[in-house]
Design a protein around this ligand. Structure first.
Ligand SMILES: *Cc1c(COP(=O)(O)O)cnc(C)c1O
Length: 395
């Protein structure tokens, strides 16, 4: 049955091209783990994970064990890293689906270890990426508390120390001072590792901003000093958007950031269709609480897209959507399931006309950045709030 016409189109070819471009730029310094958490930033996990692997990704990153199980179903051979860690009772699924997990709490290691033993896994076989808190105060072990965690990776343990990870929290700040401080803390944590007679294959650091700021080479140098290989974890750039940097780096334009702006292709378009058009006299009020009043005779088009689909309520009376190649203002409040645009100035609008919420129509474009600016948020939130009832269609 055809769906209600509010849908997302995913250009999987663009994911492949974005991944190949980024991997080419990161090589030979860093392996890229493709971040497909949160349903691939709302783009659809199955479509996107499969496309990334087809483009050469050997690793995928998901938030949870349940997302990992879903990724495993489409990508039988990829390394899959659960970046949010296991929760109680999830160890068995982790082991059964051959997922790797980030860990930093002793109880997470307990959960994984007992599940691995119960599954009869051999020593050093369940991969763990030990997260170090280098300054974000979110996930990760305090470097001062590492010794008892490191002691868990003894020769007889089913746990394998496969990677050491941290998250950079200011890689989009131009001066790089905070990133340098975090890398320095990581360097010292890795010294503790070798001091304990341990080694890990992967040094897993840095998301889209770190990659575009050109951190891959410095990371590879740090990794090499400890006999490790560098891994970075891009998310947003895979979906074709380069993060905006906060400070003067915009002026300086590191080579890779400006190259990426020219090369990355947005993967997602979000569309709907006009349900009906009505002509109203001056003075007509529109939507809940009549926050919009027609100042003249107007033509209004109804759309089957509302805030339950992810069309932010803050956009009402403050944004426009594309129809017949022109911007039509959203008038009145966005409802749960519907919204209204003013098409008075756009001749010929009729039921069934395609309306673009994010994407290109004719010479006009609406980006996720446009939504984020008006809603006072970031593009990551715009994407991940597109509702589950909006079908994701590969094009
Ligand atoms: C989400 C996430 C990423 C990817 O971030 P982007 O900025 O979208 O590239 C990388 N690492 C961790 C730990 C994350 O949570």
């Amino acid at each position: 049955m055809p769906t209600r016409p509010c849908w997302v189109e995913i250009r999987t070819q663009s994911i492949e091209e974005n991944f190949r471009f980024l991997a080419g730029q990161a090589a030979p310094h860093a392996e890229l783990l493709a971040i497909v958490k949160a349903d691939a930033y709302g783009h659809g996990l199955a479509l996107c994970a499969y496309a990334a692997v087809r483009a050469g990704a050997r690793w995928l990153g998901v938030t949870s064990v349940e997302e990992g199980v879903a990724a495993r179903a489409v990508c039988p051979d990829a390394g899959i890293l659960v970046i949010g860690g296991v929760f109680p009772g999830q160890g068995a699924a982790l082991a059964a689906h051959r997922l790797a997990a980030v860990a930093w709490e002793p109880w997470q290691l307990d959960e994984m270890e007992s599940a691995a033993v119960a599954a009869g896994l051999p020593p050093q076989s369940l991969p763990v990426h030990l997260e170090i808190d280098t300054g974000m105060s979110r996930q990760g072990a305090d470097p001062a508390a590492l010794p008892p965690l490191l002691a868990r990776f003894h020769a007889a343990s089913p746990l394998k120390l496969d990677g050491v990870m941290t998250h950079l929290f200011a890689a989009d700040e131009a001066d790089g001072v905070i990133t340098a401080m975090q890398m320095d803390r990581m360097d010292r944590a890795l010294e503790q590792l070798s001091g304990a007679g341990l080694w890990a294959e992967w040094l897993n650091v840095g998301a889209s901003a770190a990659l575009l700021a050109g951190q891959a080479a410095a990371l590879a140098t740090l990794a090499a000093r400890h006999g490790m290989k560098a891994m970075m974890r891009p998310g947003l750039v895979l979906y074709g958007l380069a993060p905006e940097f906060l400070t003067s780096i915009e002026g300086e334009q590191p080579a890779l950031l400006s190259a990426a702006r020219g090369r990355l292709k947005p993967v997602l378009s979000w569309k709907t269709r006009v349900t009906g058009v009505r002509s109203v006299p001056a003075g007509t009020v529109v939507g809940y609480n009549g926050t919009f009043v027609a100042t003249e005779p107007m033509r209004l088009a109804l759309l089957p897209a509302g805030y339950a689909d992810g069309l932010d309520r803050k956009l009402g009376n403050r944004f426009g959507l594309l129809v017949r190649g022109q911007r039509a203002p959203l008038v009145g409040r966005v409802s749960m399931d519907q919204s209204v645009i003013d098409v008075t100035e756009i001749p010929g609008v009729a039921p069934g006309d395609e309306v673009v919420i994010i994407g290109v129509q004719g010479d006009e474009a609406i980006t996720a950045f446009d939504h984020a600016r008006v809603c006072d948020t970031i593009v990551w939130e715009v994407f991940t709030r597109i509702g589950p009832r909006v079908p994701r269609i590969a094009v």
